[in-house]
Write a protein that binds this ligand. Structure first.
Ligand SMILES: [Zn+2]
Length: 496
């Protein structure tokens, strides 16, 4: 990002952490850093009981040293996060915060002698959701998809309310009630939220004898005319320019994620669903030149099995960089296909492959935020006990959620998207969506492109939105984070 000046002062939160929590300090430091960074506050850690501070985080609030805010920690949860269960949500000052097993729905922060006491450990809840303990509890389906049937995350609509960044917003409000100034804004140019789209490029070229059959399966006999059009070559999936024109009208830029491994029909038929195109073909090279000249980003759509071996992922990134003549900073996995049992292993590979950001932590079936945050974050690695150094840009909506996966997301389409828009606006977050490249033609995919266009037009009308390509958003966030860290002390990643 150029041209954007950060304010010279960032408000600092004095924080002290109970030595009784020392066994979990790596995790505790991680989540406090993630929350404070999102909130726009720097931190200065004080030795326990040495001086009055803004916030103490303690297992025994009654014995806490003087602080404006005293937050209770639940060491038994930190000791066994896999045993914790989500019950639903509770309302605190207008935010939907997670309600975990053992929490009292009625509990609210209490002000006594000028200090605010918070019970129920929302800090742990933020860690637990952001690092994926909640999603671990659901059955794993084909392609690594999760079945959230009957889960509060789905039933109570929590997926659409991003309870982790909600905890950050609630905490920021609490700090301001204690007299601290507002935190560093999250987005440049006075914007309240950021909006971005990554188009997964799966089928930019139709197989002329096969695609008509697929249309008939999808649309029935009503699709006969369109199927014939495709058979005769009158309709195609090659709509890069159409998307560019749509976005140009709004002043938006987006990314196109390309698969750099060429699959085949035979592979497809035998269970390896990689696309059939070759990024090294001359018409793709010409397309890459056109996209980048106009300010669109080119990213990797890692192939279906790329997660199984870091060498494959690196080779794909290298191949796309060579074909497009530029470094590839961002990634999203085809089919959201991460290691089904240990997604963090795939996220760690992104670090080894040298990506700056990834955008793959999304439920294929359900719209909303899989890790409960509308703020970018570094994912936690449980075994290494450190954050993975590749920024995760959370994708909140994929077009297919409201079409192919419609039965898992009942309700009015625009109402569901409005709920996402309201959450992002309220929490001043990022609305990153996934709209496939091949769904532009309204006859082939009725309503798909229009749904995206309506959402983007509504945002543009709403105002205060920074429309940018995902890589620009990641760069801004990393720069902002470096600025916050440069004025902060303590909560170190390696203080084990
Ligand atoms: Zn894909």
């Amino acid at each position: 990002m150029s041209g954007h000046k950060h304010p010279s002062t960032i408000p600092i939160v004095q924080i002290a952490i109970d030595p009784a929590l020392s066994a979990y300090r790596a995790e505790i430091n991680y989540i406090w850093r993630a929350l404070l960074t999102g909130m726009g506050y720097g931190w200065r850690e004080s030795a326990w009981g040495k001086e009055p501070v803004t916030v103490v985080y303690t297992a025994t609030p009654a014995q806490a040293p003087p602080a404006r805010i005293v937050i209770q920690a639940r060491p038994e949860r930190w000791a066994a996060p896999a045993k914790v269960r989500l019950l639903g949500a509770r309302q605190w000052q207008g935010y939907d915060l997670p309600l975990l097993d053992g929490d009292d729905r009625q509990t609210q922060p209490v002000v006594e002698n000028g200090s605010t006491f918070v019970a129920g450990d929302p800090i742990f809840a933020a860690f637990w959701l952001l690092s994926g303990y909640e999603e671990d509890q659901y059955p794993i389906l084909k392609h690594g998809y999760r079945d959230l049937s009957d889960a509060p995350m789905l039933e109570d609509g929590l997926l659409r309310r991003a309870p982790v960044s909600a905890i950050g917003c609630w905490l920021a409000d609490l700090l301001q009630q204690c007299g601290l100034p507002a935190g560093l804004p999250r987005w440049p140019y006075g914007a309240r939220l950021a909006a971005s789209c990554g188009h997964d490029v799966d089928y930019p070229e139709v197989v002329r004898w096969l695609e008509p059959l697929r249309i008939l399966i999808r649309q029935g006999v009503g699709g006969l005319g369109t199927a014939l059009d495709v058979l005769r070559g009158r309709r195609t999936h090659w709509h890069f320019r159409s998307w560019m024109e749509l976005e140009e009208r709004i002043g938006a830029r987006s990314a196109f994620y390309f698969v750099a491994r060429k699959g085949s029909l035979l592979e497809y038929a035998t269970g390896l669903p990689d696309p059939f195109y070759d990024v090294q073909a001359p018409h793709f090279r010409a397309l890459f030149r056109e996209l980048s000249a106009a300010g669109w980003e080119i990213g990797l759509h890692a192939s279906y099995r790329a997660y199984t071996d870091c060498k494959l992922l690196i080779a794909e990134r290298t191949r796309l960089a060579a074909a497009s003549g530029q470094p590839i900073n961002g990634n999203r996995h085809h089919y959201w296909h991460l290691d089904p049992h240990r997604p963090e292993q795939t996220l760690l590979m992104h670090e080894q492959a040298g990506f700056r950001y990834d955008a793959s932590l999304t439920h294929n079936r359900y719209l909303g935020w899989r890790r409960s945050s509308v703020w970018p974050f570094f994912p936690w690695h449980r075994d290494l006990r450190r954050p993975i150094r590749v920024l995760q840009l959370p994708t909140g909506w994929m077009d297919d959620h409201l079409f192919g996966q419609r039965r898992f997301n009942p309700g009015d389409r625009q109402a569901l998207l409005n709920e996402l828009r309201e959450t992002v606006t309220r929490q001043e977050g990022l609305l990153l969506v996934d709209v496939h490249d091949y769904v532009y033609d309204d006859a082939l995919f009725p309503g798909w492109a229009a749904t995206y266009r309506t959402l983007w037009e509504t945002l543009a009308t709403q105002g205060g939105v920074w429309f940018a390509a995902p890589a620009a958003i990641a760069d801004h966030w990393l720069q902002r984070m470096a600025h916050i860290e440069s004025v902060s002390e303590g909560l170190d990643h390696n203080s084990l």
